[in-house]
Ligand binder design. Sequence first.
Ligand code: NAD
Length: 368
Amino acid sequence: MHTRRNFLQQVAAATIAIPLSSLSSLAAVRARDGKVLRVALMGLGGYASRVAEAMQSCTKAKLTGIVSGTPSKIKDWQNKYGIPEKNCYSYDTFDQIKNNPDIDVVYVTTPNALHHNNVIRAAAAGKHVICEKPMALNAKEGREMIAACRKAGVQLLVGYRMHFEPKTLEVVRMRNSGEFGKILFFQGQCGFRIGDPTQWRLNKALAGGGSLMDIGIYALNGARYMVGAEPVWVTAQETKTDPVKFKEGVDETIQFQLGFPDGTVASCLSTYNMNNLDRFFLNGEKGFAELQPSTGYGPIRGRTHKGELTQPHKTHQTVQMDEMAGILLEGRQPVVPVNGEEALKDLQIIDAIYQAVKTGRRVDLHLG
Ligand code: NAD
């Protein structure tokens, strides 16, 4: 069996005069053996660029296609990554991807409000879909996306890169093996001071909300995988210091609390107006875990009552894409789920947090 590196060495040795397009088709031939996930990225912005770079180091996933509304970006990406013309799409031509056997999955990295429609289109084209977080603007959209993927017989995964992060998984392993004892409390603090007031993240129509949709989701998703249970109620409070920058429906800061069936409580902070907030703390009857930074691009740092966590850092998106290849091509099961149903639970909690902010009342959760 070839490793990716010796395959590339063989290609390099044999193809000094071979143009890029032929190299791509050689890669496609190798991909057809079913061991490499062939990925088309949709929405070539900041995060797509990060994923594309990280995928260069993947052993099981490869960038083979792109979808963009900007022709100059398509050219740049073709040159940079050797993507053949036939694997490049605009939003107008995108549905034709169904006739392209060299693409297994579409990875949607457009602004939040466009996830719903783009995922449903990709599913209708018969492709598996990876969608960035938040999967959608609300639980109703999320359910429609799950139903569309089910109907099309394709899988829907969500870009929860922390679910594959080694130090995070060590804490999950320790919790599962009882090393913290009964879990009593989780604290998640996620935020940063957001810049340019004209960006889509501060536009309710494109973002679906404010800090909670973008960064606070890490605290609420983290509460679930750190505690290892599903919350049954939520309370929430919003504070806004700059109503010009953070318009109606765009939350600047939200604090929320989650209650779990056995009495465990999570206390979380989501903000677009404070830096140095990237911290998880898990407390149990026998011990604790602290991650800081906890969800940034890393390296993640952490310690428990037993000492420092020493698992080596790997680029999150490289690990994520290789692991997702294992899920989509080999049916592997991740330790912490990354499917649409997992993301729907986050959307249900987000809906409830906004409702709790609005009503000032505790909202009961019935996830699933
Ligand atoms: P970005 O603004 O850098 O990129 C968005 C891309 O979508 C741009 O290329 C833009 O041209 C394109 N686009 C297509 N249709 C558009 C429209 N109608 N309006 C505006 N842009 C349009 O944003 P980003 O930071 O790459 O975020 C994209 C998605 O990825 C978001 O859902 C975000 O939450 C998610 N994200 C996830 C992570 C993570 O760590 N998992 C990190 C950053 C962003």
